[in-house]
Design a protein around this ligand. Structure first.
Ligand code: SAH
Ligand code: SF4
Ligand code: F3S
Length: 440
């Protein structure tokens, strides 16, 4: 019987895709997947450290395995991802959970196979965390689990050092993949029947700046969108300091590129943006939105916002509220500022008390939800194209998304996962749409 693996993933899309690479490595070694931890021969935690609660989740779930590991000493528990790459965290993990067998970092994922082989041959725990980023490894084949969607890295790391953020410390400096590798990967995915490709990077707009040969993100987007076949193209994340008209011009040229831009604003106050080291102003952000919508009026914008950053005043917060209303975001990920050891903001005076943070996040969430709901209502009666992604057993309905990322549910007698369907929207429920599949 084949040995079984189970992967637990936390954090962003980048990590979700990296778990697909981990699955690729494990399958290459002969493991097969199981959803049940108690049946697994190896459990891999792909961790995140962006906020304290992400770490707490991982701590909780790793800790919960103590008993299982005692009952089944042959079980291998491996911990990788952003937490292990964080300064001092491996020591905390070692002390808290002596039963962890393997620790690896984000910068040496490709070593996982050899670390497992090493662990099988010895009793002692195997720890290998690479300190500095090396050459991009192109030999890993992800085992994709999100058909008909596929994630494609275009770059790794981040150079921005936003003062609150730990990512540059745990992911290293920006490294762009070669365009030949990216184009070959997307071509193959389209050939294999994938219908939605998302280009991934912490700051996709600075693609190529490390190589500096004049080939930009706009050029790459143009080349990827020029690949034959019916598929949707998305990209994330854009940084407002680098988002530009060249990218919008490429969007105009290709209908394949979804009319949705994820452009994290973080705050609507210039003072806070400065303290965050975001390197753009509120005005520049609003100008970009105007430029985008003047050229592509149907475009929706989503964003990320942090409240309760050190020294954020009520006035600053109201600037954020005002900006959210002005831009009329389709949706937003909203976060309470979380202090991360080693970042600039962690050293700042003026940390905001929890009750004020909570009050602000509640007010913001309410506003964002009302915008999202209002946009959903506007869908009723319209027909939209949905890429069917899955079947929801509980609801007994198929589901998929339109190009703006709206989830739509519908009934179908045949399996239409991976197909584009026309949905006549009959009902909107918060962020989700319900409707009937129609022929056009
Ligand atoms: N590279 C992307 C996003 C990376 S992290 C970008 O630059 O926008 C995703 C989001 O997590 C960020 O946009 C930010 O809103 C949030 N985030 C990052 N660090 C945080 C912290 N210390 N506390 C709260 N939210 C944080
Ligand atoms: Fe973090 Fe800023 Fe880099 Fe995004 S751009 S990953 S928020 S440092
Ligand atoms: Fe992503 Fe979390 Fe790392 S958001 S880059 S997995 S710290």
């Amino acid at each position: 019987m084949k040995q079984k693996y189970h992967i637990v993933t936390y954090g962003c899309q980048m990590n979700v895709h990296e778990s697909e690479k981990i699955a690729g490595i494990l399958r290459g070694m002969g493991y097969e997947e199981t959803n049940a931890t108690e049946l697994a021969d190896i459990i891999v935690f792909n961790t995140c450290c962006i906020r304290e609660n992400a770490e707490n989740h991982a701590f909780g779930n790793i800790g919960a395995l103590k008993k299982l590991k005692k009952q089944k000493p042959s079980l291998i528990i491996a911990v990788g991802g952003c937490m292990t790459q964080e300064k001092g965290k491996t020591d905390v993990l070692k002390a808290k959970f002596p039963f962890i067998d393997i620790m690896f970092g984000t910068l040496n994922l490709e070593e996982l196979e050899s670390l497992i082989l090493q662990k099988r041959a010895q009793k002692k725990r195997v720890v290998s965390i690479r300190e500095k980023e090396g050459e991009i490894v192109e030999t890993l084949t992800p085992y994709r689990t999100s058909y008909p969607n596929a994630w494609v890295n275009i770059m790794y790391g981040c150079n921005n050092f936003c003062s609150y953020c730990i990512v540059p410390y745990v992911r290293g400096r920006e490294r762009s993949r070669k365009k030949e590798h990216i184009l070959a990967e997307v071509k193959q995915l389209v050939k294999d029947g994938y219908k939605e490709i998302t280009l991934l990077g912490q700051n996709v707009n600075s693609y190529g700046t490390d190589v500096n040969d004049g080939y930009t993100f706009a050029n790459l987007l143009d080349d990827v969108a020029s690949i034959d076949g019916k598929f949707r193209l998305r990209f994330m994340t854009s940084h407002p300091k680098d988002f530009n008209v060249d990218v919008v011009a490429v969007m105009e040229k290709h209908r394949k590129i979804c009319r949705l831009v994820h452009l994290p604003v973080q705050s609507g106050s210039d003072d806070v943006l400065r303290a965050m080291n975001r390197r753009y102003t509120r005005e520049k952000y609003l100008d970009e939105i105007e430029m985008l919508r003047s050229r592509l009026p149907e475009t929706e914008v989503t964003t990320d916002i942090i409240v309760g950053f050190p020294n954020e005043t009520e006035e600053d917060f109201l600037d954020t509220v005002d900006l959210v209303k002005k831009v009329d975001f389709a949706s937003a990920f909203t976060f309470v500022y979380s202090k991360r050891q080693g970042t600039k903001a962690a050293e700042m005076d003026g940390q905001i008390p929890e009750d004020i943070q909570k009050d602000r996040i509640m007010r913001l969430v309410e506003l964002v939800n009302s915008l999202t709901r209002a946009k959903s209502e506007k869908y009723v009666g319209k027909t939209v194209e949905i890429l069917c992604e899955d079947y929801d057993e509980k609801k007994g309905l198929y589901l998929g998304r339109d190009e703006f990322g709206r989830m739509g549910y519908f009934q179908s007698d045949t399996n239409v996962v991976g197909e584009f369907i026309q949905l006549k929207v009959t009902k909107a429920n918060g962020i989700s749409l319900y409707g009937e599949k129609v022929e056009v």
